[in-house]
Design a protein around this ligand. Sequence first.
Ligand code: F6P
Length: 751
Amino acid sequence: MPSRLIRLSLRFVLPLALVLGLFAYAVVPLVDNLTLRWFVRDLDARSQSLANALQEPVSEYVTQNAERRITLLFDRALRDERLYALAFCDPAGKLVYKTESYPASLACMPDQKNDAPQSMVRLPKGPVHVSSNTVERDGQYLGKLVLVHDMSFIERRSEDTRKYVIMLFALMAVVISLITVLVAHLSWRNWISSVKGILRGEMNPRQEQPQWTPPEVRPLEGDLRALLHDLNMERRTRDDTTHIWTPEKLRALLHEELAGDEVLVVSNREPYAHARTPRGIEVQRPASGLVTAVEPVMRACSGTWIAHGSGSADRETVDASDRVPVPPGSPAYTLRRVWLTKEEEAGYYYGFANEGLWPLCHIAHVRPVFRSSDWENYELVNQRFADAVIREARTDDPVVLVQDYHFALLPRMVRDVLPKATIITFWHIPWPNPESFGICPWREEILEGLLGSTILGFHTQFHCKNFLETVDRYLETRIEHETSTISYGGKLTQVEHYPISIAWHDPRPEDPSVAECRSAIRREHGLPDNHLLAIGVDRLDYTKGILERFQAVERLLEMHPALVGKFTMIQIAAPTRSSLDEYQNFEARVRALVQRINTRFSSGNYQPIILKAEHHDAEQVNRYYRAADVCLVTSLHDGMNLVAKEFIAARDDDRGVLVLSQFTGAARELHEALVVNPYHIEQSAEALYRAVTMPEVEQCERMRSMRSLVKDFNIYRWAGRMLLDAARLRQRERIVAKIRSHSRKSLRRVV
Ligand code: F6P
């Protein structure tokens, strides 16, 4: 029986047992008294009839002074086991005849106590019943016959009665308790299920059968329905009418729904790094999908972004509290830097996060490496960031947006100190199936850490399902699949999919046109204006399918030799995690493959693949997007992939074709892309051919449709949906608290 049930039952049983105990304590002497009176009355009657029977012989023998016969008569009478003694007193009150057992202290005037019944006398041997009866003959008063009955059997019976009464009360206590607890539990379950039904019915208007509500819950029902209805309508209206989510909408939502302006973001990567260069300190933007997505949200919401200060001049640019206002030049929020030693960074970031969790979650056939020392650093750094969150929080219920697999433990750490915080954790990478995740030696700790979140977000429903199944496999929790919630340690975590996106910008007049970009980029690479150009933009990561992409280019040129000299793929590959062997090997393999393919197909200045393995800022990348005929995204496994969406957003000419891996989250939204299995090289090559030969009308149709989707489902919607859900959960918690207090009151009334 769960301890909650035991506690609830004790709430009924203990007071009941106490009251019945007190009752028994008061009732036992009453019952005692009553039975004593019954017995005394009984003995009175008995003595009377015995005296009547003895009247005749006693009067005769007394008149004859026949002592022997009187003695014989008395002895015979004493055979009645209850009759203890007999005596005869003359009219002068002198004891004339008596049995041997007659107590001397009684004489002819028994000494009676006030509180005892008249006929009861307490002797040292125990209580006796004494009755004196007049003896007459022919109207002449001869004296008194005194009968003494033993009352010790009454004591014994009283004892028994007392025992039975106590047992009866104990039995009653047990039976009444059981019935009360049963009734209370049934009512409680009934109330809870009806309240749940109300919640579900209101949350899910498709529910057909309005359910029956018990009378006790009815006073609450109206309030509850009205509240939930308002909440739902408001949310739905806002969701529907907010066709375009904008920074302003997001800001307004934050202030209205979450009653505060305090948003704290935690990520490993900082949005702005200060680097020391020969030209002085320069600000750098990292190549990170996470930063691309979250930065516009922070600009809209203000607040504080807590991240690892990894730039070479980061320490020189912060204030005494390690804070720096960003973006430089037009500050909108605060960047709070957290410092790590080289060793901590090696263990937490390179080790556990990127050699362990990254390959574990991306099924890209690279073995995860788990070391205890890395795990220790991961725990330590999570705690340091959690402490920073707690220190930066100005209220006890901040909204904390935790980013990615670097901070699986942080939600629980923050929750332990700030139980009222709304913690929204977003897992930017895929979540594998339970078997794959199960190889992590610290799987339970990671799951427990993540379940400190109010909301846990993934890009796709598939990753949510994997997560729920993983939790189900490895932790003792209660999972409501219908509502996608996990109850662990008395707290709920909502697991939901929120496909991430980008900030949508309409082109500015000063931006170079697509035509300008096309010719400029081609010119810069010594290519003619009509040269077919494919673009790939990725971090140099083994999950991105860069090798497979180049193999597809090779196959394309094999299958369609007419394209040799007319088609080029430019790959922008930002160096990443270069200190890890796996990444160094990968880069070496990429370079070798590019060299082999280029050697095979090059002629003169022509090279089919141009590898630009260096960092490019957003503006430079945008020029390439606009210049390209095709964008290739061939990840072997990717949470979302924002390059696909950036390419679409860049193409305000409604041209260009996206070739997209089916193993990206983006493929679940962008159905007008040419979706490929990157492991299937021929298929990718064919898709590439189809892309470079696609008629403009078809390009236009596909691109328009994808643009309208990305425009609507932008990054503000991503953040807005999470924040709205967080607001809804906060509200629901308040309602549940109200229900609990109402139910407690009702229960008290029933009992
Ligand atoms: O995809 C996961 C992720 O954290 C992204 O959000 C981000 O684009 C990328 O990895 C960056 O990796 P890092 O911060 O290790 O360079």
